[in-house]
Design a protein around this ligand. Structure first.
Ligand code: FAD
Length: 464
Protein backbone atom coordinates (compact mmCIF):
# COMPACT_ATOMS: atom_id res chain seq x y z
CA UNK A 1 0.00 0.00 0.00
CA UNK A 2 1.23 3.49 -0.91
CA UNK A 3 0.58 6.27 1.60
CA UNK A 4 0.34 10.01 1.00
CA UNK A 5 -1.39 13.16 2.22
CA UNK A 6 -3.53 14.04 -0.81
CA UNK A 7 -4.71 11.98 -3.78
CA UNK A 8 -6.17 13.91 -6.69
CA UNK A 9 -8.22 11.83 -9.13
CA UNK A 10 -8.16 13.36 -12.60
CA UNK A 11 -5.55 15.69 -14.10
CA UNK A 12 -7.76 18.18 -15.93
CA UNK A 13 -7.69 21.93 -15.14
CA UNK A 14 -9.34 21.20 -11.80
CA UNK A 15 -7.16 18.28 -10.76
CA UNK A 16 -3.72 19.40 -11.91
CA UNK A 17 -4.14 22.84 -10.35
CA UNK A 18 -5.39 21.28 -7.08
CA UNK A 19 -2.42 18.89 -7.03
CA UNK A 20 0.14 21.64 -7.58
CA UNK A 21 -1.42 23.81 -4.86
CA UNK A 22 -1.59 20.86 -2.41
CA UNK A 23 2.11 20.14 -3.04
CA UNK A 24 2.96 23.83 -2.62
CA UNK A 25 1.21 23.67 0.76
CA UNK A 26 3.51 20.84 1.79
CA UNK A 27 1.35 17.77 1.08
CA UNK A 28 2.81 14.55 -0.31
CA UNK A 29 0.58 14.40 -3.39
CA UNK A 30 -0.36 11.70 -5.90
CA UNK A 31 -2.37 12.37 -9.07
CA UNK A 32 -4.22 9.49 -10.74
CA UNK A 33 -5.18 9.96 -14.40
CA UNK A 34 -6.78 7.32 -16.62
CA UNK A 35 -6.36 9.08 -19.95
CA UNK A 36 -4.35 12.26 -20.69
CA UNK A 37 -3.04 14.96 -18.35
CA UNK A 38 -4.81 18.24 -19.08
CA UNK A 39 -8.22 16.53 -19.21
CA UNK A 40 -10.97 17.64 -21.56
CA UNK A 41 -9.79 21.26 -21.47
CA UNK A 42 -6.38 20.58 -22.98
CA UNK A 43 -7.10 17.51 -25.10
CA UNK A 44 -10.66 17.84 -26.41
CA UNK A 45 -12.05 21.18 -25.19
CA UNK A 46 -10.84 24.72 -24.57
CA UNK A 47 -7.39 24.56 -26.13
CA UNK A 48 -7.95 22.48 -29.30
CA UNK A 49 -11.14 24.40 -30.15
CA UNK A 50 -9.28 27.66 -29.73
CA UNK A 51 -6.57 26.56 -32.19
CA UNK A 52 -9.43 26.07 -34.70
CA UNK A 53 -10.93 29.44 -33.70
CA UNK A 54 -7.57 31.13 -34.31
CA UNK A 55 -7.22 29.54 -37.75
CA UNK A 56 -10.81 30.49 -38.60
CA UNK A 57 -10.18 34.13 -37.59
CA UNK A 58 -6.91 34.31 -39.53
CA UNK A 59 -8.62 32.81 -42.59
CA UNK A 60 -11.51 35.25 -42.28
CA UNK A 61 -9.03 38.15 -42.14
CA UNK A 62 -7.11 36.85 -45.16
CA UNK A 63 -10.34 36.77 -47.15
CA UNK A 64 -10.60 40.51 -46.47
CA UNK A 65 -6.90 41.04 -47.10
CA UNK A 66 -7.51 43.53 -49.89
CA UNK A 67 -9.43 45.83 -47.54
CA UNK A 68 -6.42 45.73 -45.20
CA UNK A 69 -4.10 46.64 -48.04
CA UNK A 70 -2.59 43.18 -48.28
CA UNK A 71 -2.13 41.58 -51.66
CA UNK A 72 -2.13 37.81 -51.91
CA UNK A 73 -0.66 36.07 -54.88
CA UNK A 74 -2.41 32.71 -55.17
CA UNK A 75 -5.33 30.93 -53.59
CA UNK A 76 -5.97 31.05 -49.86
CA UNK A 77 -7.50 27.85 -48.52
CA UNK A 78 -7.96 25.58 -45.51
CA UNK A 79 -5.84 22.44 -45.08
CA UNK A 80 -7.57 20.42 -42.35
CA UNK A 81 -4.61 18.05 -41.98
CA UNK A 82 -2.35 21.01 -41.15
CA UNK A 83 -4.98 22.54 -38.86
CA UNK A 84 -5.19 19.26 -36.90
CA UNK A 85 -1.40 18.88 -36.84
CA UNK A 86 -1.01 22.37 -35.37
CA UNK A 87 -3.67 21.57 -32.75
CA UNK A 88 -1.79 18.38 -31.79
CA UNK A 89 1.46 20.33 -31.41
CA UNK A 90 -0.17 22.89 -29.11
CA UNK A 91 -1.64 20.08 -26.98
CA UNK A 92 1.69 18.24 -26.84
CA UNK A 93 3.61 21.32 -25.68
CA UNK A 94 1.04 22.17 -22.99
CA UNK A 95 0.96 18.57 -21.79
CA UNK A 96 4.74 18.59 -21.44
CA UNK A 97 4.35 21.79 -19.42
CA UNK A 98 1.92 20.16 -16.96
CA UNK A 99 4.15 17.09 -16.57
CA UNK A 100 7.14 19.36 -15.92
CA UNK A 101 5.14 21.20 -13.24
CA UNK A 102 4.20 17.87 -11.60
CA UNK A 103 7.86 16.90 -11.53
CA UNK A 104 9.04 20.28 -10.24
CA UNK A 105 6.50 20.09 -7.39
CA UNK A 106 7.43 16.52 -6.43
CA UNK A 107 4.00 15.14 -7.44
CA UNK A 108 3.72 11.44 -8.31
CA UNK A 109 1.56 10.68 -11.35
CA UNK A 110 -0.14 7.28 -11.59
CA UNK A 111 -1.75 6.13 -14.82
CA UNK A 112 -5.00 4.23 -14.21
CA UNK A 113 -8.71 4.23 -13.47
CA UNK A 114 -9.26 5.10 -9.80
CA UNK A 115 -12.12 4.10 -7.49
CA UNK A 116 -12.64 5.28 -3.92
CA UNK A 117 -13.40 2.14 -1.92
CA UNK A 118 -13.59 3.70 1.57
CA UNK A 119 -12.80 7.09 3.14
CA UNK A 120 -9.05 7.55 2.65
CA UNK A 121 -8.70 4.48 0.36
CA UNK A 122 -8.25 4.58 -3.39
CA UNK A 123 -7.87 1.56 -5.66
CA UNK A 124 -6.00 1.89 -8.96
CA UNK A 125 -5.77 -1.54 -10.60
CA UNK A 126 -3.98 -3.76 -8.07
CA UNK A 127 -2.56 -0.79 -6.20
CA UNK A 128 -4.17 0.56 -3.01
CA UNK A 129 -3.39 4.10 -1.91
CA UNK A 130 -4.03 5.41 1.59
CA UNK A 131 -4.56 9.18 1.70
CA UNK A 132 -5.50 11.66 4.41
CA UNK A 133 -7.62 13.60 1.88
CA UNK A 134 -8.99 12.88 -1.58
CA UNK A 135 -9.89 15.41 -4.26
CA UNK A 136 -12.17 14.10 -7.02
CA UNK A 137 -11.63 15.99 -10.27
CA UNK A 138 -12.96 13.43 -12.75
CA UNK A 139 -14.81 15.85 -15.02
CA UNK A 140 -17.42 15.03 -17.62
CA UNK A 141 -17.83 13.82 -21.20
CA UNK A 142 -20.51 14.13 -23.91
CA UNK A 143 -23.74 12.36 -22.88
CA UNK A 144 -25.78 10.15 -25.18
CA UNK A 145 -29.18 11.82 -25.39
CA UNK A 146 -32.16 9.61 -26.34
CA UNK A 147 -33.03 10.32 -29.98
CA UNK A 148 -29.73 12.12 -30.54
CA UNK A 149 -27.35 9.18 -30.07
CA UNK A 150 -24.01 9.78 -31.76
CA UNK A 151 -22.33 7.23 -34.05
CA UNK A 152 -18.91 8.90 -34.21
CA UNK A 153 -19.12 9.11 -38.04
CA UNK A 154 -21.93 11.34 -39.22
CA UNK A 155 -23.59 12.14 -35.89
CA UNK A 156 -20.77 13.38 -33.71
CA UNK A 157 -19.76 15.22 -30.55
CA UNK A 158 -17.18 18.00 -30.26
CA UNK A 159 -14.50 15.34 -29.68
CA UNK A 160 -14.89 13.86 -33.19
CA UNK A 161 -15.47 17.34 -34.65
CA UNK A 162 -11.84 18.13 -33.77
CA UNK A 163 -10.61 15.21 -35.90
CA UNK A 164 -12.67 15.56 -39.10
CA UNK A 165 -10.24 15.18 -42.02
CA UNK A 166 -12.34 17.49 -44.20
CA UNK A 167 -14.56 20.51 -43.71
CA UNK A 168 -18.23 19.38 -43.73
CA UNK A 169 -20.25 20.49 -46.75
CA UNK A 170 -23.40 21.02 -44.70
CA UNK A 171 -23.39 20.65 -40.92
CA UNK A 172 -26.38 20.65 -38.61
CA UNK A 173 -25.47 21.84 -35.13
CA UNK A 174 -27.80 20.93 -32.27
CA UNK A 175 -27.62 23.54 -29.52
CA UNK A 176 -26.59 27.20 -29.78
CA UNK A 177 -24.68 27.18 -26.48
CA UNK A 178 -20.89 27.70 -26.33
CA UNK A 179 -19.86 24.46 -28.09
CA UNK A 180 -22.48 24.75 -30.85
CA UNK A 181 -21.95 28.46 -31.46
CA UNK A 182 -18.14 28.13 -31.59
CA UNK A 183 -18.27 25.27 -34.12
CA UNK A 184 -20.90 27.15 -36.16
CA UNK A 185 -18.46 30.06 -36.56
CA UNK A 186 -15.45 27.80 -37.16
CA UNK A 187 -17.12 25.69 -39.86
CA UNK A 188 -18.78 28.70 -41.50
CA UNK A 189 -15.38 30.38 -41.75
CA UNK A 190 -13.86 27.18 -43.16
CA UNK A 191 -16.49 27.20 -45.94
CA UNK A 192 -19.25 24.88 -44.66
CA UNK A 193 -22.95 25.54 -44.92
CA UNK A 194 -24.18 25.57 -41.31
CA UNK A 195 -27.66 25.10 -39.86
CA UNK A 196 -28.00 25.54 -36.10
CA UNK A 197 -31.06 24.60 -34.04
CA UNK A 198 -31.77 25.76 -30.51
CA UNK A 199 -34.85 24.82 -28.47
CA UNK A 200 -34.80 28.07 -26.45
CA UNK A 201 -36.05 31.40 -27.88
CA UNK A 202 -32.52 32.86 -28.04
CA UNK A 203 -29.08 31.66 -29.10
CA UNK A 204 -26.63 31.39 -26.17
CA UNK A 205 -29.54 30.90 -23.76
CA UNK A 206 -27.53 31.78 -20.63
CA UNK A 207 -26.36 35.15 -21.95
CA UNK A 208 -28.05 38.54 -21.58
CA UNK A 209 -30.97 38.64 -24.05
CA UNK A 210 -29.82 41.89 -25.68
CA UNK A 211 -26.33 40.52 -26.35
CA UNK A 212 -27.73 37.16 -27.54
CA UNK A 213 -30.03 39.05 -29.92
CA UNK A 214 -27.04 40.91 -31.39
CA UNK A 215 -25.16 37.62 -31.73
CA UNK A 216 -28.07 35.97 -33.53
CA UNK A 217 -28.07 38.82 -36.07
CA UNK A 218 -24.31 38.43 -36.47
CA UNK A 219 -24.58 34.67 -37.07
CA UNK A 220 -27.33 35.22 -39.63
CA UNK A 221 -25.22 37.94 -41.32
CA UNK A 222 -22.45 35.37 -41.72
CA UNK A 223 -24.88 33.10 -43.55
CA UNK A 224 -25.55 30.65 -40.70
CA UNK A 225 -29.11 29.32 -40.79
CA UNK A 226 -30.16 29.91 -37.16
CA UNK A 227 -33.38 28.27 -36.01
CA UNK A 228 -34.44 29.06 -32.44
CA UNK A 229 -37.43 27.36 -30.75
CA UNK A 230 -36.69 24.43 -33.03
CA UNK A 231 -35.61 20.90 -32.11
CA UNK A 232 -34.80 17.62 -33.81
CA UNK A 233 -37.70 15.20 -34.34
CA UNK A 234 -35.67 12.51 -36.11
CA UNK A 235 -32.09 11.74 -37.15
CA UNK A 236 -31.49 8.96 -39.68
CA UNK A 237 -27.85 8.23 -40.48
CA UNK A 238 -27.09 6.66 -43.87
CA UNK A 239 -23.93 5.88 -45.85
CA UNK A 240 -23.07 9.45 -46.82
CA UNK A 241 -24.76 11.57 -44.18
CA UNK A 242 -27.88 12.12 -42.12
CA UNK A 243 -31.51 12.76 -42.94
CA UNK A 244 -32.92 15.20 -40.37
CA UNK A 245 -36.48 16.09 -39.45
CA UNK A 246 -36.83 19.33 -37.48
CA UNK A 247 -39.88 20.32 -35.44
CA UNK A 248 -40.97 23.57 -33.81
CA UNK A 249 -40.90 27.15 -35.06
CA UNK A 250 -38.76 26.37 -38.11
CA UNK A 251 -39.74 22.75 -38.84
CA UNK A 252 -38.12 21.31 -41.94
CA UNK A 253 -36.49 18.22 -43.38
CA UNK A 254 -32.83 18.41 -44.37
CA UNK A 255 -30.02 16.21 -45.61
CA UNK A 256 -26.62 17.03 -44.13
CA UNK A 257 -23.28 15.27 -44.06
CA UNK A 258 -22.51 15.96 -40.37
CA UNK A 259 -24.66 16.46 -37.27
CA UNK A 260 -22.86 17.90 -34.25
CA UNK A 261 -24.63 17.26 -30.96
CA UNK A 262 -23.45 20.24 -28.91
CA UNK A 263 -25.56 19.60 -25.82
CA UNK A 264 -25.49 17.31 -22.79
CA UNK A 265 -22.66 16.24 -20.48
CA UNK A 266 -22.32 13.07 -18.42
CA UNK A 267 -20.71 13.47 -14.99
CA UNK A 268 -17.86 11.05 -14.19
CA UNK A 269 -19.16 10.16 -10.74
CA UNK A 270 -18.57 6.38 -11.05
CA UNK A 271 -15.43 7.00 -8.99
CA UNK A 272 -17.78 7.05 -5.96
CA UNK A 273 -21.13 5.72 -7.25
CA UNK A 274 -19.66 2.23 -7.57
CA UNK A 275 -19.05 2.22 -3.78
CA UNK A 276 -22.56 2.96 -2.45
CA UNK A 277 -21.51 2.32 1.18
CA UNK A 278 -19.10 5.21 0.93
CA UNK A 279 -22.01 7.65 1.32
CA UNK A 280 -20.88 10.38 -1.09
CA UNK A 281 -24.11 12.13 -2.03
CA UNK A 282 -24.99 12.52 -5.72
CA UNK A 283 -27.66 14.79 -7.19
CA UNK A 284 -30.57 13.41 -9.23
CA UNK A 285 -28.68 14.53 -12.36
CA UNK A 286 -25.67 12.48 -11.26
CA UNK A 287 -23.16 15.11 -10.22
CA UNK A 288 -21.34 15.03 -6.87
CA UNK A 289 -22.78 17.41 -4.29
CA UNK A 290 -20.33 19.64 -2.41
CA UNK A 291 -20.47 22.44 0.16
CA UNK A 292 -18.81 25.86 -0.18
CA UNK A 293 -15.48 24.29 0.93
CA UNK A 294 -15.81 21.82 -1.99
CA UNK A 295 -16.20 18.98 0.50
CA UNK A 296 -18.61 16.14 -0.30
CA UNK A 297 -20.99 14.57 2.22
CA UNK A 298 -18.03 12.46 3.41
CA UNK A 299 -15.38 14.27 5.48
CA UNK A 300 -11.98 14.35 3.80
CA UNK A 301 -13.37 13.69 0.29
CA UNK A 302 -13.55 16.82 -1.83
CA UNK A 303 -14.86 17.25 -5.39
CA UNK A 304 -14.19 20.00 -7.93
CA UNK A 305 -14.81 20.91 -11.55
CA UNK A 306 -17.35 19.51 -14.01
CA UNK A 307 -18.15 16.48 -11.83
CA UNK A 308 -19.80 18.89 -9.36
CA UNK A 309 -22.08 20.26 -12.11
CA UNK A 310 -21.35 23.87 -11.11
CA UNK A 311 -19.61 26.21 -13.57
CA UNK A 312 -18.74 23.64 -16.29
CA UNK A 313 -15.78 25.92 -17.08
CA UNK A 314 -12.05 25.22 -16.92
CA UNK A 315 -11.21 28.28 -14.83
CA UNK A 316 -14.14 27.45 -12.51
CA UNK A 317 -12.61 23.99 -12.01
CA UNK A 318 -9.17 25.50 -11.32
CA UNK A 319 -10.57 28.01 -8.81
CA UNK A 320 -12.40 25.20 -7.02
CA UNK A 321 -9.16 23.19 -7.10
CA UNK A 322 -7.35 25.93 -5.17
CA UNK A 323 -10.12 25.99 -2.55
CA UNK A 324 -10.20 22.19 -2.20
CA UNK A 325 -6.39 21.95 -1.97
CA UNK A 326 -6.33 24.50 0.84
CA UNK A 327 -9.07 22.67 2.76
CA UNK A 328 -7.56 19.22 2.10
CA UNK A 329 -4.36 20.40 3.76
CA UNK A 330 -5.93 21.87 6.88
CA UNK A 331 -6.95 25.32 5.66
CA UNK A 332 -10.36 26.93 5.51
CA UNK A 333 -11.39 28.46 2.22
CA UNK A 334 -14.76 28.84 0.51
CA UNK A 335 -15.73 29.30 -3.15
CA UNK A 336 -17.14 32.64 -4.28
CA UNK A 337 -19.33 32.04 -7.36
CA UNK A 338 -20.41 35.70 -7.55
CA UNK A 339 -17.62 36.50 -10.00
CA UNK A 340 -17.03 33.75 -12.57
CA UNK A 341 -16.48 35.25 -16.02
CA UNK A 342 -17.10 33.22 -19.15
CA UNK A 343 -16.42 33.61 -22.84
CA UNK A 344 -17.78 31.96 -25.96
CA UNK A 345 -15.16 32.24 -28.67
CA UNK A 346 -17.49 32.98 -31.54
CA UNK A 347 -16.77 35.61 -34.16
CA UNK A 348 -17.03 38.10 -32.54
CA UNK A 349 -16.62 36.79 -28.99
CA UNK A 350 -19.34 36.94 -26.34
CA UNK A 351 -18.19 37.29 -22.73
CA UNK A 352 -19.97 38.01 -19.51
CA UNK A 353 -19.69 38.14 -15.74
CA UNK A 354 -22.35 38.49 -13.07
CA UNK A 355 -26.09 38.97 -13.54
CA UNK A 356 -27.90 39.55 -16.80
CA UNK A 357 -30.29 42.49 -16.85
CA UNK A 358 -33.27 40.08 -16.72
CA UNK A 359 -31.85 38.06 -13.79
CA UNK A 360 -31.12 41.26 -11.85
CA UNK A 361 -34.70 42.47 -12.36
CA UNK A 362 -36.02 39.02 -11.36
CA UNK A 363 -34.15 39.43 -8.07
CA UNK A 364 -35.99 42.71 -7.49
CA UNK A 365 -32.87 44.86 -7.93
CA UNK A 366 -33.46 48.40 -9.21
CA UNK A 367 -31.39 48.14 -12.37
CA UNK A 368 -29.66 50.79 -14.42
CA UNK A 369 -27.66 50.07 -17.57
CA UNK A 370 -24.81 51.69 -19.50
CA UNK A 371 -23.96 50.72 -23.07
CA UNK A 372 -21.28 51.44 -25.62
CA UNK A 373 -21.20 50.15 -29.20
CA UNK A 374 -17.93 48.97 -30.76
CA UNK A 375 -19.00 50.96 -33.85
CA UNK A 376 -18.00 54.07 -31.87
CA UNK A 377 -14.60 52.70 -30.78
CA UNK A 378 -11.58 54.10 -32.60
CA UNK A 379 -9.57 50.94 -32.02
CA UNK A 380 -12.37 48.66 -33.26
CA UNK A 381 -12.55 50.82 -36.41
CA UNK A 382 -8.82 50.35 -37.07
CA UNK A 383 -9.37 46.60 -36.81
CA UNK A 384 -12.48 46.62 -39.02
CA UNK A 385 -14.36 44.85 -36.21
CA UNK A 386 -17.14 47.16 -35.19
CA UNK A 387 -19.98 44.75 -34.37
CA UNK A 388 -21.26 44.43 -30.83
CA UNK A 389 -21.32 46.40 -27.62
CA UNK A 390 -20.42 46.54 -23.95
CA UNK A 391 -23.33 46.57 -21.52
CA UNK A 392 -22.86 47.32 -17.83
CA UNK A 393 -25.66 46.33 -15.45
CA UNK A 394 -25.59 48.02 -12.03
CA UNK A 395 -27.70 48.34 -8.91
CA UNK A 396 -29.17 51.84 -9.35
CA UNK A 397 -29.42 52.37 -5.60
CA UNK A 398 -25.65 52.01 -5.03
CA UNK A 399 -24.22 52.10 -8.59
CA UNK A 400 -22.33 48.86 -7.79
CA UNK A 401 -21.55 46.85 -10.94
CA UNK A 402 -23.51 43.58 -10.82
CA UNK A 403 -23.04 42.33 -14.38
CA UNK A 404 -21.08 43.10 -17.54
CA UNK A 405 -21.96 41.66 -20.94
CA UNK A 406 -19.87 42.08 -24.06
CA UNK A 407 -20.13 41.05 -27.67
CA UNK A 408 -17.18 42.27 -29.65
CA UNK A 409 -13.53 41.83 -30.59
CA UNK A 410 -11.44 40.38 -27.71
CA UNK A 411 -14.48 40.27 -25.41
CA UNK A 412 -12.84 37.36 -23.55
CA UNK A 413 -9.86 39.58 -22.67
CA UNK A 414 -11.99 42.64 -21.86
CA UNK A 415 -14.19 40.76 -19.40
CA UNK A 416 -11.22 40.38 -17.02
CA UNK A 417 -11.40 44.09 -16.19
CA UNK A 418 -15.10 43.73 -15.44
CA UNK A 419 -14.45 40.66 -13.26
CA UNK A 420 -11.81 42.56 -11.26
CA UNK A 421 -14.20 45.50 -10.86
CA UNK A 422 -16.92 43.18 -9.56
CA UNK A 423 -14.54 41.31 -7.27
CA UNK A 424 -13.56 44.66 -5.74
CA UNK A 425 -17.23 45.67 -5.53
CA UNK A 426 -16.48 48.66 -7.74
CA UNK A 427 -19.10 51.21 -8.67
CA UNK A 428 -19.76 52.26 -12.25
CA UNK A 429 -18.18 55.63 -11.41
CA UNK A 430 -14.91 53.90 -10.51
CA UNK A 431 -14.73 52.37 -13.99
CA UNK A 432 -15.71 55.71 -15.58
CA UNK A 433 -12.99 57.54 -13.60
CA UNK A 434 -10.25 55.04 -14.45
CA UNK A 435 -8.17 56.47 -17.29
CA UNK A 436 -7.95 53.90 -20.11
CA UNK A 437 -5.25 53.85 -22.79
CA UNK A 438 -6.17 55.22 -26.20
CA UNK A 439 -6.81 53.74 -28.69
CA UNK A 440 -7.77 50.42 -27.06
CA UNK A 441 -10.79 48.17 -26.99
CA UNK A 442 -10.80 48.52 -23.19
CA UNK A 443 -11.95 52.14 -23.57
CA UNK A 444 -15.37 50.70 -24.44
CA UNK A 445 -15.84 49.70 -20.77
CA UNK A 446 -15.05 53.24 -19.60
CA UNK A 447 -17.41 54.68 -22.24
CA UNK A 448 -20.22 52.28 -21.22
CA UNK A 449 -19.68 53.46 -17.63
CA UNK A 450 -19.92 57.11 -18.79
CA UNK A 451 -23.10 56.25 -20.69
CA UNK A 452 -24.58 54.85 -17.47
CA UNK A 453 -24.52 58.41 -16.10
CA UNK A 454 -25.73 59.90 -19.40
CA UNK A 455 -22.28 61.40 -19.91
CA UNK A 456 -20.93 59.33 -22.82
CA UNK A 457 -18.53 61.39 -24.91
CA UNK A 458 -18.74 59.23 -28.01
CA UNK A 459 -22.40 58.18 -27.71
CA UNK A 460 -25.51 60.19 -28.52
CA UNK A 461 -27.25 61.80 -25.50
CA UNK A 462 -29.44 59.28 -23.59
CA UNK A 463 -33.16 59.49 -24.19
CA UNK A 464 -34.22 58.48 -20.68
P1 FAD B 1 -11.81 17.32 -17.09
O1 FAD B 1 -11.11 18.33 -17.87
O2 FAD B 1 -12.93 16.57 -17.72
O3 FAD B 1 -10.72 16.31 -16.55
C1 FAD B 1 -11.07 15.18 -15.83
C2 FAD B 1 -9.95 14.17 -15.93
O4 FAD B 1 -10.23 13.10 -15.03
C3 FAD B 1 -9.83 13.55 -17.30
O5 FAD B 1 -8.51 13.66 -17.75
C4 FAD B 1 -10.24 12.09 -17.09
O6 FAD B 1 -9.53 11.19 -17.91
C5 FAD B 1 -9.88 11.88 -15.63
N1 FAD B 1 -10.66 10.83 -14.98
C6 FAD B 1 -12.01 10.67 -14.98
N2 FAD B 1 -12.36 9.62 -14.21
C7 FAD B 1 -11.21 9.09 -13.73
C8 FAD B 1 -10.94 8.00 -12.88
N3 FAD B 1 -11.92 7.25 -12.36
N4 FAD B 1 -9.65 7.70 -12.60
C9 FAD B 1 -8.64 8.46 -13.11
N5 FAD B 1 -8.85 9.52 -13.92
C10 FAD B 1 -10.12 9.85 -14.21
N6 FAD B 1 -14.19 25.75 -20.64
C11 FAD B 1 -13.69 27.00 -20.58
O7 FAD B 1 -13.53 27.53 -19.48
N7 FAD B 1 -13.33 27.68 -21.71
C12 FAD B 1 -13.49 27.14 -22.94
O8 FAD B 1 -13.16 27.78 -23.94
C13 FAD B 1 -14.03 25.82 -23.05
N8 FAD B 1 -14.18 25.24 -24.25
C14 FAD B 1 -14.66 23.95 -24.32
C15 FAD B 1 -14.83 23.37 -25.57
C16 FAD B 1 -15.32 22.08 -25.67
C17 FAD B 1 -15.49 21.45 -27.02
C18 FAD B 1 -15.63 21.35 -24.48
C19 FAD B 1 -16.13 19.92 -24.56
C20 FAD B 1 -15.48 21.92 -23.24
C21 FAD B 1 -15.00 23.24 -23.15
N9 FAD B 1 -14.84 23.86 -21.91
C22 FAD B 1 -14.37 25.15 -21.84
C23 FAD B 1 -15.19 23.17 -20.65
C24 FAD B 1 -13.92 22.64 -19.97
O9 FAD B 1 -13.21 21.82 -20.86
C25 FAD B 1 -14.30 21.86 -18.72
O10 FAD B 1 -15.12 22.67 -17.90
C26 FAD B 1 -13.06 21.47 -17.95
O11 FAD B 1 -12.22 20.64 -18.71
C27 FAD B 1 -13.45 20.74 -16.65
O12 FAD B 1 -12.28 20.43 -15.94
P2 FAD B 1 -12.22 19.23 -14.90
O13 FAD B 1 -10.85 19.28 -14.34
O14 FAD B 1 -13.38 19.30 -14.01
O15 FAD B 1 -12.44 17.90 -15.76
Amino acid sequence: MTACDVVVIGAGPGGYVAAIRAAQLGAKTIVVERAEVGGVCLNWGCIPTKTFVYTAEAYRKLQHAKELGITIDGVVGIDMKAVIKRKEGVIRRNKAGINALFKANGITVMQGDARITAPGRIQVGNETIAAKSIIIATGSSPAQIPGLETDGKHIITSTEALELPEVPKHALIIGAGPIGAEFACIWQAFGAKVTMVEMMPQVMPLEDAEIAGLMEKELIKKGIDVRTETTVAKLEAHATGVHVELKGKKADSLDVDIVLVGIGRKFHSEVVSESPNLGVRLSKRGFIEVDARMETSVKGIFAIGDVTGKTMLAHGASAEGLVAAANATGGHKTMDYRVVPSCTFTSPEVASVGLTEAKAREKGIKVRVGRFPFAASGRAATMGETSGMVKIVADASTDEVIGVHIMGPEAGELIAEAALAMKMEATVAEIAHTIHTHPTLAETLMEAADDYFGLGIHTPPRKG
